[in-house]
Design a protein around this ligand. Structure first.
Ligand code: GLC
Length: 429
């Protein structure tokens, strides 16, 4: 077995806090939503029981209204900001009060499709939880029912400081009564690899508003400081909804077919609202003003993963994909390297993130763009082989950035090398 596979398994074991896995110690000491989804996918290759536990522990924090929160605070940690006392979620376990890209149904479906009767049994236990979380997205994040899913905070998109959000954030006022606070992230990671102070103040201003209105989704949609549509959430939700339908069919839950199919139709239709004619690609858009972001991101490239777009749109996206890969040594960057806002080391303004690469590669393969898919998948493996399990990577130098010993990076590596990981590997590491 390759040494890196052993290391990936070690990273996941070391980040295990007993039933759930942290993204990495110190910088992110709690359970994160989509991190846990991808982590389960990696764990599944050497311990199926533990993989399901990862998902079940995340769902344990699901809100009554169906929302799966983006962070679950299972213990206090003064080394992290903003913690539970800032969010005021008022539930047990305490959580943050926005969600994250809904990858869970896709991951569950994948585990069932590749798996054993045990996996089907587990999926049956949690199916209704997945339904509730999709219903929450369709109702709370699209109350006007036009198939365009809103995001109310850049943190909900999982691509925190992407230039996409500069547009929506430019309208966010930082209120005078905003409590003073001390960031913790910049004590763990170089300042130039993290969001700026000005961005952080705006993130906190949105949290301040949510808290003031008791996290009422209707008020937040109508009056909140930030309301944008994210190709990442839109395409990931559409893909996950298609996978949810597959799961419902396998489990013979006929009563659910119609509702899920309607969500698929709505989301497919709504996705067209994200097509930016000037850029010739899918872009983020401000829901209030209709203004488009003007950059192609790794989230734009998820159109293949959701199988969205007509032949002409797909061809334009394929061409963007090739052009951007030609500009980097390691794909796929989180922002277009030919755009003025590109910054190769600052978080979501340029660096490569493995979970995005994984989804892009999968989508390209499914749509028949094998050469591009393999190119991205090879870059992904090479980044880890040369630089280890970093949080994100420089697309030009391939150097590791952000936190180290990162769970989702390890999980993606395991998924990509899955043919070499055997059931009893865990006992040998
Ligand atoms: C950062 C990322 C987010 C991720 C979290 C934990 O906030 O932007 O996507 O879930 O870290 O890894």
């Amino acid at each position: 077995m390759n040494e890196m596979i052993k290391e990936a398994i070690n990273v996941l074991k070391e980040n295990d806090r007993g039933g759930y896995t942290v993204p990495t110690s110190r910088l992110y000491p709690f359970q994160w939503n989509w991190d846990s989804g991808f982590t389960a996918m990696g764990l599944w290759h050497f311990n199926k029981w533990r993989a399901w536990l990862e998902i079940i522990s995340l769902l344990d924090a699901q809100w009554e209204n169906g929302m799966i929160p983006h962070i679950v605070f299972r213990q206090s940690d003064p080394d992290y900001f903003p913690g539970p006392d800032i969010w005021h979620s008022n539930n047990e376990p305490p959580t943050s009060c926005v969600s994250q890209p809904p990858v869970l149904a896709t991951i569950v479906w994948q585990m069932v499709e590749k798996g054993t009767p045990y996996d089907s049994r587990k999926a049956k236990e949690i199916f209704s939880r997945l339904m509730a979380s999709h219903r929450w997205f369709m109702e709370s994040r699209d109350p006007v029912n036009d198939g365009v899913i809103a995001t109310v905070h850049p943190w909900e998109t999982g691509r925190d400081n992407c230039p996409d959000w500069d547009l929506g954030l430019s309208n966010v006022e930082v209120p005078e009564e905003l409590e003073t606070y001390i960031r913790r992230d910049t004590t763990h990671v170089e300042t130039e690899q993290r969001p700026t102070q000005q961005e952080y103040d705006k993130y906190m201003a949105i949290v301040h508003f949510g808290k003031k209105v008791g996290w009422d989704n209707d008020t937040i949609y109508r009056e909140g400081p930030f309301l944008m549509a994210d190709p990442g959430i839109q395409f990931i939700l559409l893909r996950a909804t298609k996978d949810l339908l597959q799961l419902a069919k396998l489990l013979k839950l006929e009563a659910e077919f119609d509702e899920i199919q309607q969500w698929i139709n709505k989301l497919t239709q709504g996705s067209q609202w994200l097509w930016n004619d000037i850029v010739g690609g899918f872009c983020a858009r401000d829901i209030r003003t209709g203004e488009f972001s003007d950059g192609i991101t790794n989230a734009s490239m998820l159109c293949f993963y959701a199988n969205v777009g007509n032949a002409e749109q797909k061809e334009k996206m394929r061409a963007h994909c090739e052009r951007i890969l030609d500009k980097c040594n390691y794909g796929f960057p989180s922002w277009d390297p030919e755009h003025k806002s590109f910054d190769k080391i600052r978080y979501w303004r340029g660096p490569v993130w493995l979970v995005m690469n994984y989804m892009i590669g999968k989508g390209l393969l499914e749509c028949g763009f094998d050469k591009l898919a393999y190119r991205i998948m090879n870059d992904t493996k090479m980044l880890v082989d040369n630089a280890g399990m970093a949080e994100y990577f420089d697309p030009m130098e391939g150097s590791p950035l952000g936190g180290r010993n990162f769970s989702w990076t390890a999980a993606i590596y395991l998924e990509m090398c899955s043919a070499d990981v055997s059931e009893d590997t865990i006992n040998r590491v």
